[in-house]
Ligand binder design. Structure first.
Ligand code: NAD
Ligand code: ZN
Ligand code: ZN
Length: 345
């Protein structure tokens, strides 16, 4: 089969790899029908994720058809149409029992990280019973790809950890797919003000159509000054970091109001300063989280009922074998006006 393979900093290729086979009885082999590229894959290409080694097939999102199952898989059968969660979970270990699938003793974020991922014609999904979701007939595949990672990530790491409440003022730093997924799902809790901060005007304009109340382009204005102006000098109740670089986490620290919550989502490859010399007395909470995907079933229902409509996050379609080009487009998002790209097998 063909797959997108990582070969060290900045290097990847679409190449021949052995087709995966069932290796433990809880595995399923899924034939990919649609997959996508995540901001995390861009971090991997920059060498920010040390666990990804040369030769790894990337990708942790997608939908497909079950090709083969191990004899311990009971929830699925060959031919089933499934959504792949970016997090693999056994459902039985101590962490899974706590709902912390991200730290499953036998799984977690392994796809496209420590085992081969979904940017391929076939993928092996361990612990298939708890790591796949059945897709009802007639559901739109493109939309469902947004449920593999970005919607649960924005919701769990940004909205739930940020403890967004009705009437809150929130800032989302980074208007990429994850920041926009945070924006969409934050509205379950009716925050009064949502400030979207980025340097990509196209992405900021998309945020406006998704319900952002104010847009701040960091290349055109001083973000801290602007947030303070808009909040009567108080700062925001919730600051969500959805980029993954030191500057944006520092920005969150500069705009958080007393009692506020800083919810980090970004994957950080470099150390970031923590300004306890100013924040120690401000009663703030800082959270970090690798998405658990425990809210996927709830988000799935809201997508199926169109209460949540992430379709506008998809800007480009490519054939799967054109994935190197798709990386170039997604990696130059401002130039290409790109958000999520769908790769179709
Ligand atoms: N915690 C998790 O479980 C989890 C899961 C998925 C993704 N992530 C991480 O979430 C982050 C966002 O993912 P994405 O797919 O949206 O990535 P992306 O690269 O598509 O988007 C990042 C956005 O940040 C903007 N940006 C860059 N520098 C900025 C700055 N100085 N100030 C303001 N905005 C700036 C970019 O213009 C872009 O719109 C990444 O770090 C990704 O690795 C984390
Ligand atoms: Zn991801
Ligand atoms: Zn587990």
């Amino acid at each position: 089969m063909k797959a997108l393979v990582y070969h060290g900093p900045g290097k990847k290729s679409w190449e021949e790899k052995p087709k995966p086979v069932v290796t433990i009885p809880t595995d399923a082999i899924v034939k990919i029908s649609k997959t996508t590229i995540c901001g995390t894959d861009l971090h991997i290409m920059k060498c920010d994720v040390a666990t990804v080694t040369n030769g790894r097939i990337l990708g942790h999102e997608g939908v497909g058809i079950i090709e083969e199952i191990g004899n311990a898989v009971s929830n699925f059968k060959k031919g089933d149409h499934v959504l792949i969660s970016c997090i693999t979970s056994c459902g039985k270990c101590e962490y899974c029992k706590k709902g912390m699938y991200s730290h499953c003793e036998k799984g977690g974020w392994i796809l496209g990280n420590t085992i081969d991922g979904t940017q391929a014609e076939y993928v092996r999904i361990p612990h298939a019973d708890n790591s796949l979701y059945p897709i009802p007939a007639g559901a739109d595949e493109d939309t469902l790809v947004m449920l593999s990672d970005i919607l649960p990530t924005g919701f769990e790491c940004g909205v739930l950890n940020g403890q967004v409440k009705p009437g809150d003022t929130m800032a989302i730093v980074g208007s990429g797919p994850i920041g926009l997924a945070t924006l969409l799902t934050a509205q379950f809790y009716t925050p009064a003000v949502i400030l979207m901060i980025d340097m990509d005007d196209n992405r900021l304009q998309v945020a406006k159509t998704f319900g952002a109340t104010n847009l701040i382009n960091i290349n055109q204005e001083d973000a801290i000054k602007k947030v303070m102006e808009l909040t009567e000098g108080k700062g925001v109740d919730v600051a969500v970091e959805a980029v993954g670089i030191p500057a944006t986490f520092e920005l969150c620290q500069s705009i958080i109001a007393p009692g506020g919550h800083i919810a980090n989502i970004g994957v950080h490859g470099k150390k970031v300063d923590l300004h306890l010399e100013t924040l120690w007395s401000h009663n703030i909470t800082i959270t970090t989280r690798l998405v658990d995907t425990v809210t996927t079933p709830m988000l799935f229902k809201n997508v199926l009922s169109h209460k949540l409509d992430p379709l506008k996050l998809i800007t480009h379609h490519f054939k799967l074998d054109d994935i190197v080009h798709a990386y170039d487009v997604f990696g130059n998002a401002a130039r290409e006006q790109a958000l999520k790209v769908i790769l179709e097998a």
